[in-house]
Write a new protein. Structure first.
Length: 245
């Protein structure tokens, strides 16, 4: 039996069907093929390296055949909690700058013109932002599109910038918008620290990191975000895409 870290496929060794399927799934979902090695006669390791992320999967042979026994995710060589799905994995990969030492950055948005018609859901969220941030001249709110064509509401303060992303969809024959399936709420500080995971997709937490609370007041209660995003408030009457509140 070859030593660990030699590639079985290059040696013509047997690869169990379950391991083949695991490798095919990794390649299909990420576009990167994993390296398959034998740790022992009864243990096969799949090493999947994609940018700054690495997945280590161990499949062991038991009485019921070959089954996954260990699954770990590493970022820059340090172990981190595994993602619950490939969608979350791709979202994490998308957020990471290519250089581990480089600061995090939000995508550059293409601003919308004064005459662009926004879906009702976007107008509602803009109206909610206007209501929540009323009187805050130090906060700017704008809406644009990212490279994926998604609508993005950007809320910027001197501390950080918040992006809320929405995907377009058809609802009852009309063009609507719903909270994006990946990276729906992102927060990056002015010095390049990514707080996205810290706010857990919750708009209230995200706004709290942007806003300095005046003495004697509490954080604005604007909902929980997550799957629903910001809610409440009727459609905004303002047609401009940049609001100074």
């Amino acid at each position: 039996m070859p030593a660990t870290h030699q590639t079985p496929t290059e040696q013509g060794l047997f690869i169990p069907l379950s391991v083949q399927r695991e490798a095919e799934t990794m390649a299909r979902e990420s576009g990167v093929k994993p390296l398959i090695t034998y740790d022992s006669e009864a243990a096969i390791r799949l090493t999947h390296i994609n940018g700054r992320l690495r997945i280590e999967t161990v499949v062991r042979r038991g009485s019921r055949g070959w089954r996954r026994s260990d699954y770990q995710l590493f970022q820059d060589g340090e172990r981190r909690p595994t993602t619950a799905s490939w969608v979350e994995y791709r979202a994490l990969l998308e957020r990471l700058p290519a250089d581990a030492a480089g600061p995090a950055a939000l995508p550059v948005l293409t601003p919308l013109g004064e005459h662009d018609v926004l879906p009702m859901e976007i107008r509602q969220n803009l109206g909610q932002c206007e209501k929540t941030l009323y009187g805050r001249g130090d906060i700017s709110v704008s809406v644009g599109r990212d490279s994926k064509g998604r609508y993005v509401i950007a809320v910027a303060s001197a501390k950080a910038t918040l992006h809320m992303a929405f995907e377009t969809q058809r609802r009852s024959g009309r063009k609507g918008a719903g909270i994006a399936s990946t990276n729906s709420v992102r927060v990056v500080t002015v010095d390049g620290k990514d707080l996205t995971e810290e706010v857990e997709g919750k708009l209230k937490k995200a706004l709290a990191r942007l806003l300095a609370e005046p003495p004697g007041t509490s954080a604005p209660d604007v909902g929980t975000g997550g799957a629903q995003g910001a809610r409440g408030g009727g459609p905004s009457d303002r047609k401009g895409t940049v609001l100074r509140l």
